[in-house]
Design a protein around this ligand. Structure first.
Ligand code: ADP
Ligand code: MG
Length: 452
């Protein structure tokens, strides 16, 4: 392979590993394939016993107080490194299975854990996805931002779970909320989800300090859609915003059933498919009538209600086609919208075309007559009902990004993996819009279309 591939990784020395900090840094300095990008001392803002589970959240439940006893709750050290010539091989994982890991990172982590006296005192990332997740939580910056350079405002981004719990205790009862416990933590733009009861009804509370505006947006637009199509939209119940406008949560009825992703994995029957097709069509009609563009239509965002109807959730990124407004954080991170949504959903459309996204969902169902009819009906609905053109500024940003991806997809000094990643993203943008939402945009970035 030509050029010199590299990968970013990190180590965390929790407080009780810091007595061997100097030795670890010296050893890292001597590794010919490791370049230390920097080290930062960080401290938890709230109780460490709450912060640890938030950091490891989503992987497996953790006993916070035990972790504090083993690893310490005081200031800890983040070390970010570049691994040149990374190689992958199978390594032993906790659960008696082998997994494919970055070999050098894995081996160094094991060595430093031994030096620290206890395994859990040193954390290290062993693949790119783990780095991407951890670096965002530890530094408040994404892996892509790090790939461009070392950010100068590194701040711990562990969701203020403890803080949100205080908010729940403080304002929850006044709103009618009770028995809130954590459901999910560390989602990309939301801090934490609680499940609890709202005036006795099972409810989910979604809390954000990154995109507070979008939380209110979700409540506003979901309420409008729910009024028109109550059986296929999870009911929004309440919304709260802090006085400074930086934090907000929205309360929604808890939909009891599995997601459509899970249903498809289990196997959807023909009878179920017919019902789901009718639900999706009803949703399409409601979107058309209200002028709302959901923009995050994919199987994870449909949940099966106790009444047997599929209900759509997650209106954070939705827009009103007649009154286009964007969350300020999202507006400042257009890639999030165009690339993350487009690529991750893996549907033949960008986030600006609900009809294509709804059709992609229908296409995943068993192809019954009713499903085929629903697809024809959807196709016959007026074009304009389901798309919106992104504003010029956003299109230009995306165009510049597309050009940078084109360059990245060709230059030989990038690893093949990075080149392929860039190519895949580029294909997604080209095929699915963003710049070229409906294939008729005269200002579509021509370079992105012609140059390869
Ligand atoms: N009303 C709800 N009922 C049941 N589960 C929910 C509800 N809202 C959210 N969830 C759960 O939380 C997850 C994330 O919620 P979502 O609103 O889709 O936020 P995100 O933007 O993070 O995807 C969902 O995939 C689902 O598992
Ligand atoms: Mg979602």
């Amino acid at each position: 392979m030509s050029g010199q591939p590299s990968e970013l990784h990190l180590f965390v020395l929790w407080q009780k590993a810091r007595r061997v900090e100097a030795r670890i840094l010296e050893d890292l300095g001597q590794q010919k394939d490791i370049e230390i990008l920097g080290k930062w001392e960080l401290a938890f803002s709230g109780p460490a016993a709450e912060a640890y589970p938030a950091f490891y959240g989503g992987k497996k439940p953790m006993d916070g107080p035990l972790k504090v006893r083993k690893c310490g709750g005081g200031p800890f050290l983040l070390i970010v490194v570049r691994n040149l010539n990374p190689t992958y091989g199978s390594r032993w994982a906790r659960d008696e299975k082998y997994y494919i890991a970055n070999e050098l990172m894995y081996d160094l982590k094991v060595r430093y854990q031994e030096w620290a006296g206890r395994k859990h005192r040193v954390h290290g990332t062993t693949d790119a996805a783990e780095f991407a997740r951890d670096i965002f939580i530890l530094s408040g910056h994404t892996a892509e931002e790090w790939a461009r350079g070392i950010p100068d405002d590194i701040r711990l981004n562990i969701p203020a779970c403890a803080g949100w719990r205080l908010v729940m205790d403080d304002v929850g009862p006044g709103l009618g909320l009770a028995d809130c416990r954590v459901l999910l933590e560390n989602k990309y733009i939301n801090d934490v989800f609680f499940e609890g009861r709202f005036h006795g009804r099972p409810a989910v509370v979604k809390c954000s300090s990154t995109c507070a505006w979008s939380i209110n947006n979700e409540f506003r637009l979901a309420s409008r859609l729910h009024a028109v199509a109550p059986s296929v939209v999870a009911e929004p119940l309440a919304v709260w915003t802090s006085d400074d406008g930086r934090r907000a949560f929205v309360v929604t009825e808890k939909v009891s059933g599995p997601s459509l992703t899970e249903l498809l994995e289990q196997g959807v029957t023909a009878a179920q498919a017919d019902g789901f097709a009718a639900d999706i069509l009803a949703l399409a009609e409601a979107l058309k009538e209200t002028g709302i563009l959901h923009r995050d239509v994919y199987t994870d965002n449909f949940l099966l209600g106790a009444d047997g109807h599929l209900k759509v959730i997650d209106f954070q990124m939705s827009i009103d086609r007649n009154d286009y407004r964007e969350d300020p954080w999202v507006a400042a991170h257009p890639k999030f919208l165009y690339v993350v949504f487009g690529v991750n959903h893996n549907t033949p459309c960008g986030c600006w075309d609900d009809r294509a996204a709804l059709d992609a969902v229908l296409a995943l169902l068993p192809a019954t007559d009713a499903v085929a009819r629903a697809r024809r009906k959807l196709a016959a609905m007026p074009d304009i009902a389901f798309t919106a053109r992104p504003p010029l500024g956003a299109r230009l940003t995306l165009g510049a990004y597309a050009i940078s991806l084109m360059i990245q997809s060709h230059v030989p000094w990038r690893s093949r993996k990075r080149r392929n990643q860039a190519r895949k993203r580029l294909d997604t943008i080209r095929a699915r819009g963003g710049t070229d939402v409906d294939g008729r945009d005269p200002e579509a970035v021509s370079a992105g279309k012609d140059a390869t």
